[in-house]
Design a protein around this ligand. Structure first.
Ligand code: 1CP
Length: 337
């Protein structure tokens, strides 16, 4: 059993830094595209056998030190029956985005452990096959709420932020609803066998310091407290985590996953040493020639050398058009430390 990743999460790793990559099971992989050519994305998410097979791909082919469950943060809105589908050219689409406070009150109260039991089934299939730890995940309430309001991907979250400013009360009601369901969802994943969880706040970068504390940190905290008794390490990722790192540290997650804007060595000096750091290579470096990938990766590894709480990752997810062989080269460089 390779437990470098779990050791690093406990800040007790005396060996090389472990590596896994956000969005490691995705379209940049030819093996993923071959399966995806035969199935719509959501069908793959809903089918435990396919989800397990796709989760295994980067472990088998790249040799990463952790697996992350193949699923999506938007299964929670799907369970709330807002009409989720994925359009190949556009990405996620929600047919009935929330428009008024009454829409929030009218949301159903699904039994998440029932509605999303296909996720638990995938986890149960995976654990016996895996020789590396399995990471479960969910979206942070702010990011999940933003999709439910915008109805699709948005670069600036205008509608979400306007709602947040005009009617913070109903916005909090929505965030709280999502948080409660998310706690049930993570509990289910943990009971089924995930060994760590990561919470993705991909759109937190649109928030100011004060807004982050009020609309994001509050719910991160609620979720961490909700799953605390399960004793499973939790990693917090935000786009903007380098800006919000000191706030994130206040609520004592096991690890903070850092965006690529920050100097990780400097962050290590300000984040308490009992909190692991994960990150933070700019994913765009993976478009560069091999020599540059090697130089940047080695520089990061050198800076974090000897750190018992360091996990190599990117500052955000792998993009679909990143060359596969460059990702393989990256993993090899980290493993050969
Ligand atoms: O067409 C396809 O094949 C689907 C592409 C795809 C994939 C592979 C989507 C649609 N989701 C996923 C899997 C996924 N999503 C994982 C699997 C595990 C892994 O390998 O990492 C995870 C952790 C996610 C999480 C996720 N989904 C986030 C948070 C992480 C991040 O990258 O910021 C977000 C924002 C989503 C929404 C989503 N789902 C899919 C897309 C293309 C998007 C983003 C759209 C946007 O930019 O708004």
């Amino acid at each position: 059993m390779n437990d470098l990743f779990l050791k690093a999460l406990r800040c007790e790793n005396r060996s090389r830094a472990p590596i896994w990559l956000m969005r490691q099971a995705g379209r940049y992989m030819p093996q993923y595209r071959a399966i995806r050519a035969k199935h719509p994305f959501l069908d793959m998410v809903h089918d435990p056998e396919l989800a397990a097979e796709v989760t295994m791909l980067p472990v088998k082919h790249l040799g990463v030190d952790a697996a992350i469950l193949f699923s999506d943060i938007l299964v929670i809105p799907e369970a709330l029956r807002v009409g989720l589908h994925f359009d190949d050219g556009i990405g996620p689409i929600i047919d009935r985005p929330l428009q008024t406070a009454a829409d929030i009150d009218a949301l159903p109260k699904p039994d998440i452990k029932e509605a999303l039991q296909y996720v638990a089934q995938a986890i149960r299939l995976l654990r016996p096959q895996l020789k590396v730890p399995l990471i479960g995940f969910c979206g942070a309430p702010f990011t999940v709420a933003s999709y439910m309001i915008e109805g699709k991907s948005s670069k600036d979250l205008r509608t979400t932020k306007q709602w947040m400013m005009k009617d913070p009360k109903s916005f909090h009601t929505l965030l709280e609803k999502i948080s409660r369901l998310t706690i049930d969802y993570l509990e289910m994943q943990i009971e089924a066998g995930v060994q760590a969880v990561q919470i993705f706040d991909s759109w937190a970068n649109v928030l100011s310091h004060g807004q982050f504390r009020e609309f994001s940190l509050t719910y991160f905290k609620m979720i961490l407290e909700g799953i605390k008794s399960k004793n499973v390490p939790a990693i917090l990722f935000c786009r903007g985590s380098s800006v919000f790192a000191s706030q994130l540290a206040e609520i004592q997650p096991s690890a903070i996953s850092v965006d690529w804007n920050a100097d990780l060595m400097q962050m290590r000096k300000v984040i308490p040493r009992n909190i692991a750091l994960q990150g933070n290579l700019d994913p765009d470096v993976l478009y560069a020639p091999y020599d540059l990938i090697k130089r940047e990766t080695k520089a990061l590894l050198k800076g974090m050398k000897g750190e018992p709480g360091y996990i190599f990752n990117l500052g955000h997810g792998l993009l679909p058009d990143i060359p596969y062989e460059n990702v393989q080269a990256l993993v090899d460089i980290v493993r050969q430390q």
